[in-house]
Every structure is written in C-alpha cells, then in structure tokens.
Design a protein around this ligand. Structure first.
Ligand code: CP
Length: 305
C-alpha cells in the first residue's frame, strides 16, 4: 500500500489508500500530534531547489515530531552552486538519509529522483502539474470541515494551467464522487489538455468558465490559487492576467454561508485579507493540517504506521 513507495503523483493512489492516510491523520490529530518517536534514529532529507515555506517546514516539523532528524539541502550553499548536478546531489542524499523530499521547478524531477535513489522519494511539488502531498492535505481539509468529499460542488479558481497545486487538487477530486467541479480561470490559464481528458474519461461533471459570479452561489468549496508569475514564459503575458480575480468578503456575501475558501498559499493579491476573519476562511486551517497529514504520510512510507 504505502510502505517504501515513492510519492510522485496523486494519480498513483486509490481512494482506499487516500482514506487510509486520512484515518491515520485522524488518529494523529486525536492524540494532539503526540504519537511517540517511532522514527527515532531515522533521517529525512529535504532537497528543495525552489522556494517553499509550508511544504518544507511542515515536512521538517512532521519528521521531527515523529522523532526523525532532518537534513536540509541549501542549494546556494551546496556544491550545486559549483555546478554539481542534481543527480549527483540526490545520490549523496540517498546515502545519508532514509527518505528524501524533493521540490523542483522542473517537470519530472521527483520521478527522476525516485529512479536515482534507493530510499523512498516524496514529491514536494515539481513542475506545473504535480504536488501530491498538497492535494492530500486539501482533500483531508475538506473531509474534516465538511465531513465528506462526495456530493460537493467545488470551484477551482485562478491559474489552472501552471498551478501544480490546482492541477493535483483536481486530479485528487477525480478519486471521489463530487457533484460538480467549476474550473474558473482566464481562458489562457485553462487546465492543460491531459487534465481535461482525465475529467472527461472519469465522467466528472464539470463546467469551464471565466466568470466566478456564475458559480459562486452554488459552491460548497472555493479553491483559490495564485497566478504563477514564475512559470510564465512571457512576463508581459503575466502582467495582462494578474489581478484577473480578487476574492473579497463582499464578493462572498453572495455565497452559501457554509462555503469554505481554500488556498494552498502563498497568496499575493487574489485573496483579500478581509476574508481572513470570516467563517469562509479555511486556508489557515488547511496549512495547519499540513503537519498531521505529512506525519501520517512519512510514517506510512517508512512503515511505522
Ligand atoms: N502550498 C505550498 O506548496 O506552499 P509553499 O510553496 O510555501 O511550500
């Protein structure tokens, strides 16, 4: 099921496997994250060659809470700055650690790391389509706040072309029986063909629109994402699209009072601070749940749960 398996894409997991992860997370939360030190003597390496706050630090926190020690590759301080390849760097980490978490801007880096390393590799986000552990957190957050994922009407808004959190989340939703997915983006930031193909193949009821107002009254969940400035080949194109959507408290007054707003964070200008103190806000809860979900994941992959 999970033991010693590389975590590369949310698509590699069945609904049953995800539900097992969620059950283990429930137990960790019931115990206020205090589950002893089952990873005493183990070492987890993080190899982040792209910036991160939540993913790196929540993996580090999760590993330490389980009793593991953590070593962090600092690319600018490592011999990568002298020209050493990522492949050779990964070989070293594989010699030093029991588990490697990688983040990279390059498509396929996590799979490459898994091919190079004997120890399990977890994808902390690579390229534009895969951020599987974020999707696990997103799905768990919905299940926790709504009691279910099935039957919900879910809007995913923003950069659905370059945003790997959005893509992974949508892929994750296809493992459940949601009522409908609203794909809300400017046309140039529409989901990639492979994602659209998956939705069609899985017979998911979806609506693709540029207009949030069309959807907002029907939604149970609104998943907001940042327009991914760093992934645009042409900065002028980003400038044209930035600010396409700004979610405010006023805009949400038309939504169901039970609507929950998620965002993988970081946010820039697409989600107003005035939503923070409303009952819609679920993004800080989502970020906080990153630790127990990643504790469950690391424990399952290293075979202690
Ligand atoms: N959600 C997420 O991946 O955040 P970071 O980039 O800060 O890790």
């Amino acid at each position: 099921m999970w033991k010693f398996r590389d975590v590369i894409s949310i698509l590699d997991y069945t609904r049953d496997e995800l539900e097992h992860l969620f059950s283990v997370t429930d137990v960790i939360l019931e115990r206020s994250l205090d589950v002893g030190k089952p990873l005493d003597g183990k070492i987890v390496a993080t190899a982040f060659i792209e910036p991160s706050t939540r993913t790196r630090l929540s993996f580090e926190t999760a590993a330490k809470r389980l009793g593991a020690e953590v070593i962090n590759l600092e690319p600018h301080l490592s011999s990568m700055a002298k020209g050493e390849s990522l492949t050779d760097t990964l070989r070293m980490l594989d010699d030093y650690a029991n588990l490697i978490v990688i983040r990279s801007p390059y498509e396929g880096s996590a799979k490459h790391a898994a091919d190079v390393c004997e120890h399990p590799v977890i994808n902390g986000g690579d390229g534009t389509q895969h951020h599987p552990t974020q999707a696990m957190i997103d799905l768990y957050t919905i299940r926790k706040l709504k009691g279910r994922i099935d039957g919900l009407e879910v809007g995913v808004l923003g950069d659905l072309k370059y945003g790997r959190a959005a893509a992974s989340f949508i892929y994750g939703l296809t493992k459940f029986n949601v009522k409908r997915i609203w794909l809300i983006s400017p046309e140039p930031l529409s989901p990639r063909p492979e994602l659209m193909d998956r939705l069609k193949r899985m017979n998911v009821d979806f609506v693709k629109t540029e207009n949030l107002e069309e959807a907002v009254e029907d939604l149970d969940i609104l998943y907001v994402t940042r327009i991914q400035k760093e992934r645009f080949p042409d900065p002028a194109e980003y400038e044209k699209l930035r600010g396409s959507y700004v979610i405010t408290k006023k805009l949400l007054s038309r939504a169901s009072e039970d609507l929950k707003v998620l965002h993988p964070l970081p946010r820039v200008d697409e989600l107003s601070n005035d939503v923070d103190d409303t009952p819609y806000q679920a993004y800080f809860i989502q970020a906080k749940l990153g630790v127990p979900v990643r504790m469950a994941l690391i424990g399952l992959v290293l075979g202690v749960f």
